[in-house]
Design a protein around this ligand. Sequence first.
Ligand code: SAH
Length: 201
Amino acid sequence: MDKKVLNEVFHNLDRSFFLDGPCKDLASFDEPLPIGYGQTISQPTLVVAMTALLDPEPHSRVLEIGTGSGYQTALLASFCQTVYTVERIVELAEKARQRLQALGLCNVCYRTGDGSEGWPQEAPFDRIMVTAAAAIVLPALEEQMVRGGRMVIPVGPQGWQDLLLVRKTHDGRIFRESIEKVAFVELVGPYGWHGKREDTE
Ligand code: SAH
């Protein structure tokens, strides 16, 4: 993707539009902020860095797990063909949908529920962005990547995780690269810290 255009879109995207109440006034700080229901929006520099790392292309079909406020979704939707976004908290999903529709972003498909198994009906995906931390790389998501595809996912224990770039080569091999330390909220479900499958890898 064109990093110059990414920076332009990023600077034109008003983060306060994705926040409520007193947090709106803090939108310009490069800090994670609460979005309600115990969830947080990441700091803007991390959102833009993760988007650059995912490297969506105009024809890309992107799966996003953790719609949250819709801020990351808006950035992705500006650079790809379609975003398929999954959020488990109904209220957040509905608010995000309203915001993204108000911005005229029509290339977003929404699903409310657990994203741990990806979105099999729409798979495979060229890019996968996970914005909640998992105990391991989710097998279903790796399966739902096209050959030549990329996934960005925070993996590790509560507190600090490794932000991984997972690449599937054209002959189907998987490479995982640790990019930096990050702190995300939990991916709730079987692959979260409280899930049952933490010892399967
Ligand atoms: N990218 C978002 C922030 C996401 S915070 C933004 O820009 O605002 C992480 C989100 O992942 C939360 O909204 C949380 O509810 C959601 N989430 C956690 N576990 C999930 C799961 N198993 N399936 C779908 N969404 C999940």
